[in-house]
Design a protein around this ligand. Structure first.
Ligand code: FES
Ligand SMILES: [Fe+2]
Length: 350
């Protein structure tokens, strides 16, 4: 097909967003009966100065993220067990603890009440559920498990982040009306790169392997350049539902960190943070790096808008009629299944 496809016209004009399906997510995605256990992004490190307190809404619940004066970030449920104030609206940090805005009860990073300012005592039964929280690769992550189990894996360190040879992250964020699994299934679906995004060359899959909580995708790609075709690679590692890293190498080296956090069962927040290896240190090299970066953003934003036309409206086909080239999708689904367990009434898609 030459020129813009009808889908690309919808993506460009935004018409796709105007008519959501009347189906509920549980009808569209029947497997999505609970939120998967995973590390999820709460915010970026830059969004959370020492002493900051912010309200969040993820996983069907109100949360608060705050940073103690020792620099440690914390994610907890938002509501004070005393009389129910939301800590994210008017709460403040005192040292390494958070103070409720209503009657100033104070809580530590584990959510334990440590102080009631108008009494000489504290209330040991007043406890706010707190989530294991780590800061890594420029993000604050919290661990969610429907049964409250401790983290089952660690977020790996992304060496490129903070390396002076790489540009700082550029963030691009969307809300999509589909769960993470649908977005992640798009990774091994190389055919859509041609049909949805109009790619002239489709990567060649070398390997798609799943190993516990990790899924690895290895692919060769050919880039067309003014000096002819040049070889490159796309290598993607995904840890659970909330965190994945794609590395593009070849004519330029780029890093895409993809983080998804469910807002509720209807909507997922998708964000990409990408960085490129600087093409050199001179003013001219940096200018060239900037131009390459801007072209990448434009391309990423175009691709995401196109994918969203599909994601916002699609359903899950439990027994898909696949062609011979789509075997990785079956493997992907078997891998994805392991992250769902029940046990959390607030995290159940009833
Ligand atoms: S509601 Fe939080 S201290 Fe009273
Ligand atoms: Fe896509």
């Amino acid at each position: 097909m030459s020129g813009e496809t009808p889908l690309q016209v919808l993506a460009r004009t935004g018409a796709a967003a105007s008519e959501p399906s009347r189906m509920r997510s549980i009808e569209r995605f029947p497997y999505y009966t609970s939120f998967p256990f995973s590390w999820y992004r709460a915010c970026t490190s830059a969004d959370l100065a020492p002493g900051a307190v912010k309200p969040l809404r993820y996983l069907n619940r109100d949360l608060v993220v705050w940073r103690g004066e020792d620099g440690a970030p914390h994610v907890m449920d938002a509501y004070c067990p005393h009389l129910g104030a939301h800590l994210g609206f008017g709460g403040r940090v005192a040292g390494c603890e958070i103070v409720c805005p209503f009657h100033w009860w104070q809580f530590d990073g584990e959510g334990r009440n440590t102080k009631i300012p108008y009494l000489e005592t504290r209330n040991s039964s007043a406890r706010i559920p707190a989530y294991p929280t780590v800061e890594r690769n420029g993000f604050v992550f919290f661990w969610y498990h429907p049964r409250g189990e401790a983290p089952l894996w660690e977020i790996p360190i992304v060496a490129e982040h903070g390396d002076p040879g790489w540009t700082p992250y550029h963030e691009a964020k969307w809300r999509v009306r589909a769960p993470w699994q649908e977005l992640a299934e798009n990774g091994p679906d190389f055919v859509h790169l041609r049909t949805v995004h109009g790619a002239v060359r489709v990567p060649e899959l070398e390997a798609y392997e799943v190993d516990g909580w990790l899924a690895r995708l290895r692919a060769r790609v050919t880039f067309d350049t003014p000096r002819g075709p040049r070889p490159g690679r796309i290598d993607t590692d995904s840890w659970g539902a909330g965190f994945g890293v794609a590395r593009f190498t070849g004519i330029i080296d780029a890093l895409f960190v993809a983080v998804n956090t469910p807002i509720d069962f209807e909507t997922t927040e998708v964000s990409f943070h990408y960085s490129i290896r600087k093409l050199g240190d001179s003013a001219e090299d940096l200018e060239r790096t900037k131009r390459v970066g801007e072209a990448l953003i434009r391309d990423l934003e175009k691709q995401e808008a196109e994918d969203i036309v599909i994601f916002d409206h699609k359903i899950h086909v439990p027994h898909p009629k696949l062609s011979g080239v789509e075997a990785p999708i079956v493997k992907f689904r078997a891998w994805a299944k392991q992250f769902y367990v029940d046990g959390d009434p607030r995290g159940t898609n009833a």
